[in-house]
Write a protein that binds this ligand. Structure first.
Ligand code: SF4
Length: 144
């Protein structure tokens, strides 16, 4: 089985969510690996936690993160590079955003209304399902 950390992404209901911290993720992966080790004929694979955090950092970063790309591409440590640049790594990765925060990616209109994504985020936190797409629906803004 493949188990990977959840990475909140732009233009999804989880664009407001903080990613879980590195220590906690590592602990959970270790716990799962220990549990899976007792199941016959089963292996567990998981993405590198560091790679997942880098992905989270890049996917919701702003122009300041853009300036760090050459250093990151050269293979530097994301936390050290961020700190050296006077930025907070947690600000981009683990911080939960509030409903009013404007995001750098919102200069692009991809069709789905922000209010709809926020509503879906609230539903997800309450572990509630959303109504499926249906003919005549105008809910999210994509269909006209
Ligand atoms: S049917 Fe269209 S408008 Fe309605 S939720 Fe689905 S994609 Fe959005």
């Amino acid at each position: 089985m493949s188990i990977n950390p959840f990475i909140p992404k732009p233009f999804t209901p989880f664009q407001w969510a903080g990613m879980e911290g590195e220590k906690s993720l590592k602990k959970k992966i270790r716990r799962l690996q220990a549990a899976v080790a007792h199941i016959p004929n089963t292996r567990m694979k998981s993405e590198s936690i560091r790679a997942a955090i880098l992905q989270a950092f890049l996917s919701r970063g702003d122009r300041r993160v853009g300036q760090l790309l050459p250093q990151l591409a050269a293979g530097g440590n994301v936390k050290q590079i961020t700190k050296k640049a006077g930025l907070s790594h947690d600000f981009f990765v683990t911080r939960e955003r509030d409903s009013t925060e404007k995001f750098p990616w919102e200069i692009i209109d991809q069709g789905v209304k922000r209010e709809y994504l926020w509503h879906e985020y609230q539903l997800a936190q309450q572990q509630k399902f959303t109504t499926p797409c249906a003919p005549g629906c105008r809910r999210c803004g994509v269909c006209s």
